[in-house]
Write a protein that binds this ligand. Structure first.
Ligand code: CP3
Length: 344
């Protein structure tokens, strides 16, 4: 089937005159319409599990800005919740989870086949979006990568250095590896169900890949991504996959080839020139404007946006931020970024 959606063309390896654009966390607290719908839902998790309202917030940035892709509104921590971990969000602080650090706690988790019971509302959100999105807009599903999700299951919360997960990895390797394996298998089924429901692309978020060094990066960032992508490609050979081993540094090099990903998303700790030289030769890249420009705006935003577009113009590129937009961003700066990318 010929496709004319720009994101799918870039993911297939085409170099476009104007890179398609979407933005991590494009549905979020910087938008007044998001805050209103979230208030209507009650809290963040109720919003994630309310298919109509989750579809509504997914569509809000598409209506306002006409991004080339919509990303399903959900969270990477819904999957461990579906595996039986308790999850809640503390306002102003972030996620909290019951911890899984012993064999007994691991044995309490549900099996992979049981996840859909909890996650069915997410699949329903995808079905609504597949019906309601404009025909030129690509629908992206996603999951967290096993290492990143494991860091929350092990620490029970976010942390700057992922210390608890690194400690378990050396002190109780057997339990640590069982957590990674359960998450790997569950992620395959979760993403497969999103594709069955209508997701056209899926993205694997490994936000904390940067704290894995050497052999650990191979074992716990690269290998799980490889396994997930191989399983999905055997079932859905035509569904492109974006991998985001955030702060991977020189491990971004070769990541697409080694894992089978169609695109590597890069954060803004690497320069666009470096990405063009070392990562883009293997295929599509996504990124990488620093998200602070959405707060500060002005000529710096315009200059840096043009710089990234130009540096990555000789190969397939999807324009995005280096990480999610923050709640203090100014919605006008998002419009300025889009106008600059599109050359207005
Ligand atoms: O990009 C998108 O808009 C799609 C939806 C999405 C969310 N989270 C919505 C969300 C995606 C892809 C995520 C991924 C996610 N969630 C990651 C990986 C990517 C990254 O940003 O590093 C991680 C580590 C999480 C876990 C999580 N969820 C954290 C650490 C937080 C922050 C807590 C806070 O208060 O800022 C969340 C909450 C969250 N997930 C929000 C949104 C829009 C803010 C929730 C709110 O409305 O209060």
């Amino acid at each position: 089937m010929a496709n004319n959606k720009t994101i799918l063309r870039a993911l297939a390896g085409e170099t476009l005159d104007t890179p398609p654009i979407w933005m991590m966390r494009q549905a979020g607290r910087y938008l007044p319409e998001y805050r209103a719908t979230r208030a209507q839902a009650g809290d963040f998790l109720s919003l994630c599990y309310n298919s109509d309202l989750a579809a509504e917030v997914t569509l809000q940035p598409i209506r306002r800005y006409g991004f080339d892709a919509a990303i399903l509104f959900a969270d990477i921590l819904l999957l461990p919740q579906a595996l039986g971990a308790d999850l809640w969000f503390v306002t102003g602080e972030g996620p909290r989870m019951s911890t899984t650090t012993t064999q007994a706690e691991f044995d309490q988790l549900r099996s992979v086949g049981d996840i859909h019971e909890t996650l069915n509302p997410v699949y329903e959100t995808v079905r609504i979006l597949a019906r309601e999105l404009p025909k030129e807009t690509t629908l992206i599903g996603f999951a967290g990568a096993p290492w990143t999700v494991a860091t929350y299951m092990i620490a029970g919360r976010g942390s700057k250095d992922q210390g608890a997960a690194h400690a378990l990895k050396s002190e109780n390797r057997a339990v640590f590896e069982q957590i990674i394996d359960r998450l790997t298998d569950a992620t395959i089924e979760y993403l497969a169900a999103q594709i069955d429901a209508g997701a056209e692309v899926v993205k694997l978020f490994d936000s904390w890949a940067g704290s894995l060094k050497g052999q650990d990066f191979d074992d716990f960032a690269l290998k799980p991504a490889q396994k997930i992508i191989a399983a999905l490609k055997s079932r859905y050979p035509d569904t492109p996959i974006i991998a985001f081993p955030r702060e991977g540094g020189d491990r971004y090099i070769g990541f697409a080839k080694a894992t089978g990903a169609d695109c590597v998303a890069v954060d803004n700790s690497v320069s666009a020139e470096w990405v063009a030289e070392h990562v883009q030769p293997d295929g599509c890249v996504q990124g990488n404007l620093a998200s602070h420009h959405m707060v500060t705006g002005g000529q710096d935003l315009v200059d840096e946006t043009r710089h990234i577009v130009r540096a990555l113009s000789k190969g397939p590129h999807i324009f995005n931020l280096g990480h999610g937009i923050t709640p203090d961003a100014n919605p006008d700066n998002v419009q300025l970024m889009i106008d600059t990318v599109r050359g207005a």
